[in-house]
Design a protein around this ligand. Structure first.
Ligand code: AQP
Length: 342
């Protein structure tokens, strides 16, 4: 049987990149799951705190995140939906794995670099790291490896930005097998066709929750007016026609990709042809109409869930925590036995 694991940071309401790159895939995997398959989806709050979080805001974001996962169609009866910090074995296994994780390998990862300084030289990054880099942010990939391995996941559906961390996870798993025992299956990276949705304000960077420019991302909870206004401000170029050319026309191509992915199509050039004779305004209008239509159902369901009592979401989180603990404990016993800890 398959074991699927994936996570999302509670750093804000998920955006179109999170949705097309990961969340929609999670829902599909849930629909297609065979009897005996196990699916775990985690709100990874321990990852979120690698960057300083305001406590009240973190609590709110966690609630919004859980409501979002339910609103995209994840079903607590079919999937284990849980908060990472409610399953202590993640942090416990992280410590064990960090004893075998190479500093050299971790220093080559891009996550901490992108958080402390984008586009800086290795020299400048090194200096900055000496002053500001925290151990938790540096060892983020070890915690991610623990998240996956503690449930002995076989498949991990993520966006392309996470591929590097998955490679690291497989390395850690084989390292453990070589030193002790073959406890962990090697998890496969599962990329959705929309593996990297770009910012609509700057198509050279990925759409991200932490981009200071709020108009760079479409949130799943945005109203039709907000979606329209954001697409109106989307960066394109001054050529009057619509063509698909990722290299020369990244802004227009990103819009075509978003439009295509929303309809589960991937022949971007054919889609661009359907816009023949359209100008930028018309393109933006059609892309926003499509996104508004597809996200309409989500927003209604999200609002319904957020209007439920606190007890409703708490009960779902508790149930998830219980099942996640059961799933992780079996692995921890094997790990500890293999290492001589018990
Ligand atoms: N732009 C994107 N295109 C495709 N997939 C994406 N993902 C994120 N951005 C894009 C995928 O969404 C999942 C959850 O992401 P996350 O919240 O754990 O963290 P992240 O990758 O760091 O996403 P953000 O939005 O950029 O958050 P911040 O700004 O807080 O760091 C992952 O599977 C990710 O690949």
């Amino acid at each position: 049987p398959r074991v699927v694991f994936s996570g999302i940071q509670p750093t804000g309401v998920p955006h179109l990149g999170n949705y097309l790159g990961a969340l929609r895939n999670w829902e599909t995997l849930q629909t297609e799951a065979a009897p005996g398959d196990k699916l775990l989806f985690s709100i990874v709050d321990l990852h979120a705190i690698t960057i300083r979080q305001d406590p009240e805001q973190l609590r709110r974001h966690k609630r919004e995140c859980l409501a979002s996962l339910l609103a995209i169609g994840l079903d607590p009866k079919k999937s284990i939906i849980f908060e990472q910090s409610s399953c202590r074995q993640h942090a416990e296994l992280m410590w064990i794995l960090s004893c075998g994780a190479s500093m050299g390998y971790l220093s080559r990862m891009t996550q901490w670099k992108s958080k402390i300084g984008v586009g800086e030289t290795e020299d400048a990054l090194g200096k900055k790291a000496g002053k500001t880099l925290k151990l938790g942010l540096f060892s983020y990939p070890v915690l991610q490896a623990a998240d996956i391995l503690v449930h002995r996941a076989t498949e991990v559906p993520v966006g392309e930005d996470q591929s590097q961390h998955l490679e690291f996870t497989r390395e850690i798993a084989s390292g453990f097998a070589a030193l002790y025992k073959d406890v962990f299956p090697l998890p496969k990276t599962v990329l959705s066709p929309a593996k990297r949705v770009m910012s609509i304000r700057n198509p050279s960077v990925k759409m991200s929750k932490s981009d200071p420019d709020a108009t760079s991302r479409i949130l799943l909870t945005d109203t039709p007016e907000e979606i329209q206004n954001k697409f109106k401000k989307a960066v394109t170029d001054s050529l009057g026609t619509v063509t698909y050319d990722l290299k020369e026309r990244p802004g227009v191509s990103n819009l075509i990709q978003i439009y295509s992915h929303m309809q589960r199509r991937d022949d971007f050039e054919a889609v661009a042809k359907e816009f023949e004779g359209c100008n930028m305004t018309q393109l933006k209008t059609r892309v926003s109409e499509c996104v508004i239509e597809k996200l309409g159902g989500f927003r209604k369901e999200y609002e319904r869930i957020m209007n439920e009592s606190d007890g409703y979401l708490n009960a779902i989180a508790e149930e998830g925590a219980k099942k996640a603990n059961e799933s992780a404990e079996g692995t921890m016993l094997q790990v500890k036995k293999a290492m001589g800890l018990i």
